[in-house]
Design a protein. Structure first.
Ligand code: PMV
Length: 361
């Protein structure tokens, strides 16, 4: 793949009057089978599967104009914020062979998230994929869109989003995505994610994700450090084997609409992610007491009502509640009456499976 993108790169002179503004909104995603542990150049140790969200998004605009040399400014929520832009700048520097034209451009990047900064929700998947969509559109204005059909090549967007921030590879597709090579799905790759939307039961296409904000604090371990800790983790080989097995079984359950298997695998994956962090060296406990209280309540509610509600966790204390749309009324009652008591200021975000990135300009 690398060779194709390198060959296709626009290596000519950027016209003197080349200037404009592009904008993309891209969603966050929540992994069901988790990516935790990487190898080589930002490649996953195991395949992962996610829901693409709808409401939790980054909206990014890039204003570009011809310049003598590369220029870069980053604004976050209206304020110039060079620190937040460092990751993008580094990504551009590291991958200039693919995008040599940036050395003849001044870029002003303006980004905002639709979810509050203090909600403990990681924004790298949404913000990096939104930026990559903008970058590919600028490239498209120079060479013509790579698909030739006037739309962006999502596989390429996924490939470069992955290089910017692993899980961002999965944010570019509607509904669901699979990232990482697995024998269980033809066409899967470590280098980019692929869409799963055509291979899932209708019940999953409108799934809900209510995100319970247990803590709005910044994560105590960055995901870069977390992935790194898998290298010395004695359970790593067993974990990677288990994740492969879970991907295989989840793919079958997604196709048939088997909610019991879906719930079993999803909850087990969340707990494994946290167990891996607890037994790494140094170790991290990222759940809070209220995370555990919510988990207990969710399991009690499911047993008592038979409503197929399950939870998953990111690398932090907040709880994602996953359930079919048809159960929304009962689950919302449960959240309002019981679970919101365990949330910071009773806060939670109502999200659902979404359609993927949207062009803003
Ligand atoms: O994309 P990163 O490097 O921020 O890693 C994401 C890791 C998890 O969110 C914990 C799991 C996942 O697959 O999204």
């Amino acid at each position: 793949m690398e060779e194709i993108w390198l060959k296709e790169a626009f290596k000519g002179e950027v016209p003197n009057d080349f200037q404009g503004k592009v904008g993309w909104s891209s969603p966050s995603n929540i992994a069901l089978v988790k990516y935790w542990g990487k190898k080589g150049k930002q490649l996953p140790q195991n395949p992962s599967i996610s829901f693409t969200l709808s409401e939790c998004r980054s909206e990014t605009f890039v204003t570009f104009e011809r310049a003598e040399q590369f220029g870069f400014q980053f604004f976050f929520e209206g304020q110039e914020n060079p620190a937040f832009g460092t990751k993008i700048e580094k990504f551009l520097f590291d991958h200039q062979a693919f995008f040599p034209f940036i050395n003849q451009l001044h870029l002003k990047v303006e980004s905002r998230n639709t979810f509050p900064h203090s909600s403990g929700i990681a924004s790298s998947a949404s913000s990096m994929s939104a930026f990559v969509m903008c970058l590919l559109e600028i490239e498209g204005l120079l060479v013509g869109p790579s698909t030739g059909s006037g739309t962006l090549d999502l596989q390429k967007a996924s490939y470069f989003s992955r290089l910017a921030s692993g899980s961002a590879a999965r944010s570019v597709y509607p509904k669901m995505a699979l990232w990482g090579a697995t024998k269980a799905y033809e066409g899967s790759s470590d280098e980019y994610a692929i869409p799963l939307g055509n291979d899932i039961h209708p019940i999953f296409k409108t799934f809900r994700d209510s995100i319970l904000i247990v803590s709005g604090e910044k994560k105590s371990v960055s995901s870069r450090a977390g992935h790194g800790l898998m290298e010395g983790n004695p359970y790593a080989p067993a974990r990677y084997a288990q994740a492969n097995e879970n991907v295989k079984n989840l793919l079958t359950a997604l196709k048939s609409g088997d909610l019991d298997t879906f719930n079993n695998i999803t909850e087990s994956e969340a707990l494994q992610l946290h167990a891996l962090m607890m037994c790494s060296n140094p170790s991290f406990i990222l759940m809070k007491p209220n995370t555990l209280r919510i988990i207990e309540e969710v399991r009690r509610f499911r047993n008592e009502t038979n409503i197929p509600l399950c939870f998953t966790l990111d690398a932090g204390p907040n709880v994602h509640l996953l359930y079919p749309e048809r159960e929304a009324e009962k689950v919302n009652e449960f959240i309002k009456n019981t679970l919101s008591n365990y949330c910071v200021e009773g806060r939670w975000i109502a999200d659902h499976v979404g359609i993927g990135p949207k062009k803003l300009l």
